[in-house]
Design a protein around this ligand. Structure first.
Ligand code: ATP
Ligand code: MG
Length: 289
């Protein structure tokens, strides 16, 4: 083959590889527990899938099986099986509704620290296989800002921070920003107010939160939006079906769909330090401290 042809072919294959999926890592955070993280994570993931995105939803609320229950599923295997039984990530990724890919938390350890070095390396090696495979890797975390979830947020490309309009929930969410910001000032936050009585209240709460963060922490956070308090969410939880599928015309479902559209259209490029590879690199650095 002529040298110029070989060069051209290599260039072409490089440009296709740059079209590989971004694998942005987005974590879901809250201060206070029970504010709607898992319901949001699941339904947001499904709405992103409906927009043609390849999404892997990871339940890092290990031992709690929150998302399994919300989907009415009993996963065959989970994250801990992957690590302990040296399974491949492709063997433990479950298919949820509408082909959503999902990695269940399972139980057996509660902290990444409890993994020995070999187990941790194995976990990260398998996780890294998602590079170029998924557009968005959405990570749900448990109640409260545990050390574990803190480390994940600090390693992510973006944190979606959920709070309800209740003062206790807001104060705890503010603490989350304060703690994470002090450790990684460049961390990007999207603020989401859940269970609002009307959109105006949601935007008011979000605006006040944003300006408090601006004045006291000198940090810019983005306002993602507000989700209405909607009885369909509770009804769907009881039916063990995601509310966007059980009640697609409910106001909560319509809002989540709009948020997903906005998220997809506003997604910035993942830089060299980002994506699942960047996530693992940052997490390793934090865990080794
Ligand atoms: N928009 C909403 N409208 C009405 N109810 C809601 C809404 N969002 C959440 N809920 C209620 O809050 C409950 C808790 O939600 P969820 O389990 O998603 O919270 P969580 O933040 O993941 O909790 P944890 O911190 O324990 O993991 C749901 O079972 C549902 O009843
Ligand atoms: Mg949860």
């Amino acid at each position: 083959m002529l040298r110029d042809q070989a060069y051209l072919l290599r260039k072409l294959s490089n440009s296709t590889s740059s079209l590989r999926r971004q694998s942005r890592v987005v974590t879901i955070a809250s201060g206070k527990g029970g504010v709607g993280k898992s319901n949001f994570a699941l339904n947001f993931a499904l709405s992103l899938v409906a927009l043609g995105k390849k999404v892997v939803l990871i339940d890092l609320d290990i031992g709690m099986a929150n998302i399994d229950i919300l989907m009415g599923m009993a996963p065959k295997s989970h994250l801990m099986d992957m690590i302990r039984q040296k399974k491949s990530i492709w063997d433990v990724l479950e298919k949820g509704p509408n082909q959503l890919e999902y990695l269940a938390g399972g139980s057996g350890f509660s902290h990444l620290h409890q993994l020995d070095e070999e187990e941790r390396n194995y976990f990260f090696r398998e996780l890294e296989k998602l590079h170029g495979y998924a557009d968005i890797i959405l990570i749900d975390t448990g109640a409260g800002l545990t050390l574990e979830s803190q480390q994940c947020h600090l390693s992510a490309d973006e944190v979606i921070l959920l709070t309800t309009p209740e003062p206790t929930s807001i104060a705890d969410a503010y603490s989350v920003v304060k703690i994470l910001h002090s450790q990684r000032p460049s961390l990007s936050f999207q603020l989401l107010i859940n269970r609002v009585s009307n959109p105006k209240v949601g935007m008011e709460v979000a605006g006040k939160f944003k300006s408090a963060v601006q004045s006291f922490l000198n940090k810019e956070i983005k306002i993602f939006g507000a989700i209405p308090d909607d009885v369909s969410v509770t009804q769907a939880v009881l039916k063990q079906e995601p509310f966007t599928l059980a009640f697609p015309r409910s106001s909560a479902a319509a809002t989540i769909k709009r948020l997903a559209e906005r998220f997809v259209s506003g997604t910035t490029e993942t830089n060299e330090q980002g994506g699942i590879k960047g996530f693992i690199k940052k997490l390793t650095r934090i865990l080794d401290k």
